[in-house]
Ligand binder design. Structure first.
Ligand code: ADP
Ligand code: GLC
Length: 481
């Protein structure tokens, strides 16, 4: 039995701000339990819901040297669907109303603490993983500490590490001197071939240099990040490590996201009866959100973090034009104020047609996937994207920009060959997007049989974890061979 330890900053069902949590919560369940014992370490945030905290059991605590002081490290545990979750507890590190703050230095400190604590606790709980699988910049120091600090001790010697990039844009950067003090790493590590990056210290870069293997969440993004536009300053490193870099496309939890059993939706349906049943969810949503009641109108959904990654500038640019069409638009998201206000403005201007729901809601997100006819995701870049996979699963036709995982998971409709599961466009151009939406409208209104066949193909596509989990297993086997 090989032991794998996931280290991450968020995971379903405990805490979620985006797709990272979906992956960390669902992938471990799908790794073959006959060969792998996968466990997960997360922080225990004070902002977690009480019922979630109540599920955790105290295990142990100790004190760890960190940043010239001795810090409390508590550990709790919980089991979900046969997966063991551990939680690192330290109230002063993981306080606040949300998991991440806007104060970069606080974040750097917090994640340096978490990375060191996650490694230090392992002998205490007597769990020696064969591989530590790290996710995103918050855990970038784990491979660094592992290779250079802890390898001296018998316990840690030979443990391999994997760094998975969910989003290269976030790297955890601060000046070298301060990071050196916080991490306690010697100046040896702060050179341009290690943690230093354009004069600053960069935590993700540390992880990418020291990990034994690197993955990212789609094949296309794995190629894109070797180029300057997507590389966020690290494209040179990605090229240098291209032999150790693989793209493995994300899956979604097919039990949590299943229109036939989803507890969040009133009218369940499946790939056979969606033609009659799915529309009932649209009707319910129109009533709930105060949109014009109309079974026939094409309802387009957006469920998203509202950041510039998601292509919202394109939408803002043509929103007035789009709203002249026979469509309804339902938005669910939070993020940058300018986008929140943009959608609020259009909901006010086109009441009955546009609904802006500027908050986070698991319930409503499932209802949007179920109720809408189409789902819009015109991202500037998208490492993988899970929302389009959820849409496909719910018979909601994705309209996406061909980048990253969107390109790998949505097959564009081809009217001459009767193929495709959605609609897509290539360039980051608002009118190219609008033309694609209008083409989709045309198929929806004038070629309903074709539209339904697109749904048939989308619902038949398999984006469960089955295939991708096997690819992770192959990588684990390769690392340990
Ligand atoms: P990213 O991780 O970049 O935010 P993904 O498409 O990979 O993008 O994953 C986004 C996840 O977050 C999906 O599960 C989506 O349903 C969910 N999500 C985003 N915004 C909200 C929101 N306001 N309310 C509920 N769920 C949301
Ligand atoms: C990141 C990316 C998103 C991806 C998710 C899970 O948040 O922005 O594209 O699906 O991680 O890997």
């Amino acid at each position: 039995m090989k032991k794998i330890l996931f280290v991450a900053s968020e995971g379903v069902p405990f805490i979620k701000t985006g797709g990272l949590a979906d992956v960390v919560g669902s992938l471990p369940k799908c790794i073959d339990k006959r060969y792998f014992d996968v466990r997960v370490i997360l922080p225990r945030y004070t902002c977690m819901r009480q019922e979630i905290k109540d599920r955790m059991q105290y295990v142990t605590h100790f004190y760890m040297d960190f940043h010239y002081r001795s810090e409390y490290v508590g550990m709790l545990e919980a089991e979900v669907d046969g997966i063991h979750f551990y939680f690192i507890d330290n109230e002063s590190m993981f306080n606040g109303f949300k998991p991440y703050s806007d104060y970069v230095l606080d974040e750097i400190t917090k994640w340096a603490f978490f990375s060191k604590a996650a490694l230090s606790i392992l002998p205490v709980i007597d769990f020696r993983p064969d591989i530590i699988h790290c996710h995103d910049w918050q855990t970038g120091l784990v491979p660094v500490y592992l290779k250079e600090r802890f390898q001296g001790g018998e316990f840690y010697r030979g443990i391999k590490s994997v760094m998975t990039i969910h989003n290269l844009k976030f790297q955890g950067k601060w000046d070298v001197k301060t990071v050196q003090e916080i991490t306690g790493l010697s100046s040896y590590y702060f050179t341009p071939d290690k943690l230093e990056c354009y004069k600053d210290a960069n935590l993700l870069k540390g992880g990418l240099v020291f990990a034994d293997a690197i993955t990212t969440v789609s094949g296309t993004y794995a190629e894109e990040i070797k180029t300057p536009f997507f590389g966020e300053g690290l494209d040179g490193l990605m090229r240098a490590r291209s032999h150790d870099l693989r793209g493995i496309v994300n899956g979604i939890d097919y039990d949590d996201f299943n229109p036939a059993t989803d507890k969040y939706i009133k009218h369940k349906y499946n790939a056979i009866n969606f033609r009659k049943e799915k529309v009932k969810n649209k009707r319910a949503m129109q009533a709930y959100l105060g949109l014009e009641q109309n079974d026939k109108v094409m309802m387009i959904g957006i469920v998203s973090r509202l950041t510039d990654q998601k292509g919202l500038d394109l939408i803002a640019y043509v929103m007035d034009e789009l709203c002249q069409d026979a469509i309804q638009l339902v938005v669910l998201g939070t993020g940058e104020e300018r986008y929140e206000n943009m959608f609020r403005h259009f909901a006010w201007k086109y009441g009955g047609k546009v609904s802006a729901n500027i908050y986070y809601s698991e319930d409503l997100s499932h209802q949007v996937y179920a109720a809408c006819d189409a789902f819009l995701m015109p991202s500037l870049f998208e490492p993988c994207g899970l929302s389009q996979l959820m849409s496909l699963r719910y018979g909601t036709v994705p309209i996406v920009r061909e980048t990253g995982g969107l390109k790998d998971t949505v097959q564009p409709y081809n009217e001459f060959e009767n193929t495709g599961t959605g609609f897509s466009f290539a360039n980051y151009n608002a009118h190219e997007m609008l033309a694609t939406i209008r083409y989709a409208e045309h198929i929806y209104y004038d070629e309903k049989r074709e539209w339904n066949k697109i749904i048939d193909r989308g619902m038949a596509a398999d984006f469960s974890w089955a295939v991708s989990a096997r690819k992770y297993q192959e990588m684990y086997d390769w690392l340990l061979s």
